[in-house]
Design a protein around this ligand. Sequence first.
Ligand code: FES
Length: 99
Amino acid sequence: MRYYLKSILTQVEVYCNLELKKYTMSDKKTPIKVSLEPGKKYAWCTCSHSENQPFCDGSHRKHNATPSLAFEVTEAKEASLCTCKLTNNPPYCDGSHRK
Ligand code: FES
């Protein structure tokens, strides 16, 4: 009986983890540090489907998801770009992934 219950609990746990993963906006929830250059146009992924996080690879079209956010910088800088898509200051990480 004990083994039977443990087996069921394990199956439920695996199922819940799969469901959670399915609804997670991004598997990688921490920011990615990038070097940004002035005069260059960037497209930040807003849908989490891109394989090129934190940048758009066009996958939103295939998934009928939200389009990318275009942005530029005025001076060269290192920046932490959001990958959890919960930031209130896109495309930059604002620490929302910790909440
Ligand atoms: S990675 Fe999204 S707020 Fe930090």
